[in-house]
Design a protein around this ligand. Structure first.
Ligand SMILES: Cc1cc2nc3c(=O)[nH]c(=O)nc-3n(C[C@H](O)[C@H](O)[C@H](O)COP(=O)(O)OP(=O)(O)OC[C@H]3O[C@@H](n4cnc5c(N)ncnc54)[C@H](O)[C@@H]3O)c2cc1C
Ligand code: SF4
Length: 313
């Protein structure tokens, strides 16, 4: 067994990673590309005592394309996703979403597993320790109120992962293991809680081993992203609209709620009706560089644009 007081431990295999997690329960966190964890650490928002580096684990790498499913290892980098000819052919929107993350250097290191679990963001939270201390800590960093809303009860930090809306709109599933060996295989959308303080059901010491997308539903899908600059910018609104070979439409949004906003619809519903439902589900607040109202207005723009691209209007 590994020594507990070590701060940074490299795991060679899945079982070893789970053993180290069990041994350091509540104090550990997995690290893959580190592009989210290390920035949060630098800002004092991530305080795990032990980091378990999983980047050497071979079983967690690789893309496997089958007739019914495509399996993506959580350590597949966003650059690999962007450049995969098979994924480009089957799921071009996923490649577009991966390509919209950060910069080429970040995408070379950042993984898809880390992307679906990257921490929610807020203008008042993703700041240095001294900034947050000066303003007064908020609910997400053990303060008493939400600075964005002034309310004492809820945090609305936004889900900002760009691949999540695309994966969710294509019914992707996630497989992960608790350190006691218990396996979970669930729809990706179901791991998000909607609570900005603890946005996911997956704990720091649950190990994600696979993302699975159905390959037999003939998904056509369109991704859009709102951001200040065309590079090195987190999303202020990401949308993904898909239609399968039975005409079922699935829409997922990021950047306007702590979890992905998700809606299933059909060709019979108008854009206005769909947007009305999406806005009812979106709990966007003024905690982004773009105002809440602007982001909500852009939902209609993105849905209309996607519907046109898919030939639905
Ligand atoms: C300048 C900059 C710009 C960025 N821009 C964007 C952007 O536009 N869009 C976007 O979506 N993201 C962006 N990011 C965030 C980040 O780079 C990505 O989300 C990236 O995909 C995270 O992957 P990672 O492998 O680096 O994750 P890590 O930092 O290693 O981990 C992130 C989280 O996932 C957990 N984790 C990782 N792998 C596993 C696993 N297999 N099992 C269990 N837990 C795991 C970690 O414990 C941690 O909680 C940006 C980051 C930076 C620094
Ligand atoms: S939404 Fe409110 S509680 Fe949540 S991180 Fe932002 S300021 Fe803090």
């Amino acid at each position: 067994m590994k020594i507990i007081d070590k701060k940074y431990i490299r795991a060679a295999g899945v079982q070893e990673a789970l053993d180290i997690a069990r041994h350091n329960n509540r104090h550990a966190r997995f690290i893959a590309g580190g592009t989210d964890v290390m920035v949060n650490k630098q800002q004092g928002n991530e305080n795990s005592e032990v980091l378990i580096d999983i980047s050497d684990i071979h079983e967690l790498k690789g893309i496997n394309v089958g007739n019914e499913f495509v399996s993506i290892g959580p350590l597949v980098s966003l650059e690999e996703i962007t450049k995969s000819a098979e994924l480009r052919k089957l799921f071009p929107a996923l490649c577009d979403a991966a390509r919209s993350v950060g910069t080429p250097l970040i995408r070379a290191t950042a993984t898809i597993g880390g992307n679906v679990l990257c921490e929610n963001r807020c203008l008042y939270y993703n700041q240095s320790e001294w900034w947050r201390e000066a303003v007064g800590y908020c609910l997400k960093c053990e303060g008493d109120i939400c600075i964005a809303t002034g309310g004492p009860n809820a945090c609305f930090s936004e889900l900002v992962s760009d691949t999540v809306p695309v994966l969710v709109s294509m019914e992707a599933k996630i497989r992960y293991y608790h350190f006691n060996g218990e396996e979970k295989y669930v729809l990706l959308k179901d791991i998000y809680t909607g609570n900005g303080v603890r946005p996911r059901l997956i704990s720091n010491t649950d190990l994600v081993t696979e993302l699975v997308i159905p390959a037999n539903k003939g998904f056509r899908c369109v991704f859009n992203k709102l951001r200040l600059r065309e590079s090195l910018e987190f999303t202020s609104l990401s949308s993904s609209v898909s239609i399968d070979n039975e005409g079922k439409i699935r829409i997922a949004l990021a950047g306007v709620d702590p979890k992905p906003v998700y809606l299933e619809t059909h060709k019979g519903e108008t854009v206005e009706e769909v947007v009305k439902k999406l806005l009812k589900l979106s709990r966007a607040v003024d905690n982004d560089v773009f105002s809440r109202n602007y982001r909500r207005d852009m939902v209609k723009v993105f849905i209309e644009k996607s519907y046109k691209e898919l030939g639905l209007i």
